[in-house]
Design a protein. Structure first.
Length: 221
């Protein structure tokens, strides 16, 4: 996962430019560190706090987060359309029957999750488009539930899109392995192997980056 926030090249002209990280942001639980990593690309709010010290850095952060949310909305829209087609139409071939109970239920869940993802993405987009840097800074100083909602505004839409996508994929896997066609089962098996390899690679890279980020944060302290 790439680092989303780079404030080194932004000239900081605000008189509060070198305001230290508040105590409320220093003591974070494991869950909060994981949410920070998923939302901001870092296991703590230190780098994000720096971006709140100048208008230019904050605009860079906001534009990139809005870009992520836009991509999330697009993905959710595609999943919504595809799941809707599968739910509302019968299979054109007999050897790939996705209208059986388990695949159909998974497709319907995928459809519902895609709708939720679009709603959460849209509300988060509105929130970030109207976010005020100074107000956000003051709210983060207090800590508490604001930090949680702040991070969840980015993580939640992605979470629902990922769930929707996986429900759709599992529906196709169940349908493929239940098929009477040997070719269909073989293609499904190859698809499952490719999926496992890619997801495993992504998880390993994410864990490595998370551990590296924790080590760098410890070195700076």
């Amino acid at each position: 996962m790439a680092s989303f926030y780079s404030t080194q090249s932004c000239a900081i002209t605000d008189p509060r430019a070198f305001e230290p990280l508040p105590n409320a942001l220093l003591r974070t639980s494991l869950i909060m560190r994981v949410l920070c990593f998923l939302a901001l690309g870092h296991p703590n709010l230190g780098d994000h706090w720096k971006s709140l010290q100048s208008d230019q850095a904050f605009e860079t952060v906001r534009s990139r987060l809005c870009s992520i949310l836009t991509s999330t909305i697009t993905t959710a829209s595609v999943l919504l359309a595809i799941s809707g087609v599968f739910v509302s139409t019968a299979s054109p071939v007999s050897y790939f029957d996705y209208t059986s109970p388990v695949p159909y239920c998974l497709l319907f869940i995928s459809l519902m999750l895609a709708m939720i993802a679009m709603l959460t993405s849209g509300s988060s987009m509105i929130r970030w488009l109207h976010a005020d840097r100074h107000w956000t800074q003051e709210q983060l100083k207090q800590g508490g539930c604001f930090i949680l909602s702040y991070l969840l505004s980015i993580v939640t839409p992605i979470f629902f899109v990922a769930l929707s996508l996986h429900c759709f994929m599992f529906a196709m896997l169940v349908t493929g392995f239940s098929s009477q066609s040997m070719i269909c089962r073989a293609v499904t098996a190859l698809w499952l192997i490719a999926y496992a390899v890619n997801v495993g690679t992504i998880l390993m890279e994410a864990m490595w980056k998370y551990a590296t980020s924790l080590n760098h944060a410890g070195d700076r302290q």
